[in-house]
Write a new protein. Structure first.
Length: 512
């Protein structure tokens, strides 16, 4: 085209291909028929995200979960279908009944099989449901009681346990409060409720619950061990020592109690006692899970039993390969902290190995973006490690408040709190186009959190989130030698070029 021509040059338009839910559903079913159940679930989950109102997708996911033995998770999906998507899909009752039968919860299986038959006289699974009822009557011929409440109690406990593992403490508290109201002598629920309150940040309520249990059920070992855990995290050294000294004289008989006692000794750093209890279980043929071998590995390593520690760690990695790199011998200063398999302790250890505040803040930010973020931000500010600066502690509290949706925060209208929130929003905005968990982008975030930290030290207000994001990205790309203009950044973040220029100068002031 000649210079000065008024004709507009036509350029080829690239239309991005965005797969629909149906595409992912068909891919999922293809993997299902080929026996690749893990892949099938991933594709179906993506299909469900794109078409959340389509009941057949979670139904198929539930069927696959039954096949791989995840009966409780399958039932949760099936109940969700009937409650929120399509109440007419009453065949879910049959699948739920089948899952409960596998779990040995025969009263619940009976209830749902009967519900299916009541609502589907000519349904596809009528014969199967009738066969299941016949089988259930054989399982408990004389003692079968469809109104028996024990099954429901077990189900509620399992739901609460899963919520605790996921860090959904508020929901777990609601379930467990209901359980103890209906079953006032069910001590296991009290212990789990105390843990939920503690991790939610209400240490006083947690301790009060355990005190109540010990007053009414003297010597309850789980309550004593949980109290020791609370003392440990609250750094109540004298009370912890007194309690642990008394626990050294306890001689439990049940495997469950020996495991609890050994794990508690390991957590608080009494590795010799921990190793004695955990190793005694192995000698008696106990087959534990990854959590058991985690504690055995740590207590063995710190008490001088290297071969046992390494053998136990192999069992941990076999079940949970994501724990590779967390082995006890990788800790250069074992006296500085105590091992724990729970997410927050691993996260705290990871932060402690970081030398600079901005590096630790970046790790907090990545933890905030992770799937198990609720579990990672369960400590109140008073329980945070002493090596964190006040800015880091304030940032942790902000993230925890955001995750747990705390309302009426006393500092929410404070100028310092607002500045901290805006600085966090810059990181979130950058994450939209430069994923924080992508190693190629780490330089961007190390630079940003350096600006974040030193800006707060100087009481900088971080007033314009869009402009700061544009300025930080511009500086980062320039440092990498990329061809970028302030005009491009202005266009991307919908601001004026002059605003980008202004904020580039401002962020430069906080760079080394």
């Amino acid at each position: 085209m000649r210079k000065g021509s008024k004709r507009t040059e036509k350029r080829g338009m690239v239309l991005p291909f965005t797969p629909s839910g149906d595409v992912y559903y068909r891919k999922g079913m293809s993997m299902y028929h080929r026996g690749r159940l893990d892949k099938a679930l991933k594709y179906l989950q993506r299909a469900r995200e794109l078409e959340p109102e389509e009941p057949m997708i979670p139904l198929q996911m539930a069927i696959i979960q039954t096949e791989i033995g995840e009966f409780q998770q399958s039932n949760e999906l099936l109940e969700m279908i009937m409650e929120t998507i399509d109440p007419s899909m009453t065949e879910s009752h049959y699948f739920i009944a089948n899952n409960y039968a596998h779990l040995g919860l025969f009263q619940e299986a009976y209830k749902h099989a009967t519900a299916y038959l009541d609502q589907n006289q000519d349904g596809e699974f009528v014969e199967d449901a009738e066969d299941l009822l016949d089988l259930l009557s054989l399982e408990d011929d004389d003692e079968f009681d469809p109104d028996f409440k024990q099954d429901e109690l077990i189900i509620q406990q399992e739901k609460a346990r899963k919520l605790l593992e996921e860090g959904n403490f508020k929901e777990a508290i609601e379930i467990l409060e209901d359980v103890i109201e209906r079953f006032p002598d069910y001590w296991s629920a009290y212990n789990n409720l105390a843990l939920a309150y503690f991790y939610f940040g209400d240490a006083d309520q947690a301790t009060a619950l355990l005190t109540d249990v010990l007053n009414r059920n003297t010597g309850n070992l789980h309550a004593l061990c949980n109290l020791a855990v609370f003392y440990h995290y609250q750094q109540r050294t004298d009370e912890l020592k007194q309690l642990m000294d008394s626990l050294e004289h306890v001689r439990p008989f049940l495997f469950e109690h020996r495991f609890k006692l050994g794990a508690t000794f390991a957590l608080v750093g009494r590795h010799e006692q921990a190793y004695a209890w955990l190793k005694s279980l192995v000698k008696r043929g106990f087959e534990g899970d990854a959590g058991f071998y985690f504690w055995l590995a740590h207590s063995a390593w710190h008490s001088g039993h290297e071969k046992v520690a390494r053998d136990a760690w192999k069992r941990v990695i076999a079940e949970q390969p994501e724990k590779d790199g967390m082995e006890p011998w990788g800790d250069q200063s074992p006296a500085e902290h105590l091992p724990s398999p729970s997410p927050i302790e691993q996260h705290s250890l990871d932060m402690k190995k970081s030398q600079y505040p901005e590096e630790r803040m970046f790790k907090m930010f990545k933890a905030f973006l992770s799937k198990n973020r609720s579990a990672l931000f369960r400590l109140n500010q008073k329980s945070l490690p002493s090596f964190l600066t006040y800015i880091e502690k304030d940032y942790y509290s902000l993230l925890a408040d955001t995750i747990h949706q705390q309302k009426e925060q006393p500092q929410a209208n404070d100028a310092s709190y607002k500045a901290l929130k805006r600085a966090h929003d810059v990181g979130c905005l950058l994450h939209k186009t430069h994923a924080a968990n992508n190693q190629a982008n780490e330089g961007l975030y190390y630079m940003w959190f350096h600006i974040f930290y030193h800006g707060r030290m100087a009481e900088y207000s971080f007033k314009n989130v869009q402009a700061l994001s544009a300025a930080v990205e511009f500086v980062w790309k320039k440092l990498r030698g990329e061809a970028v203009t302030q005009k491009e950044m202005a266009s991307k973040y919908s601001i004026a070029s002059a605003t980008v220029r202004k904020y580039v100068n401002e962020v430069d002031a906080f760079l080394p």
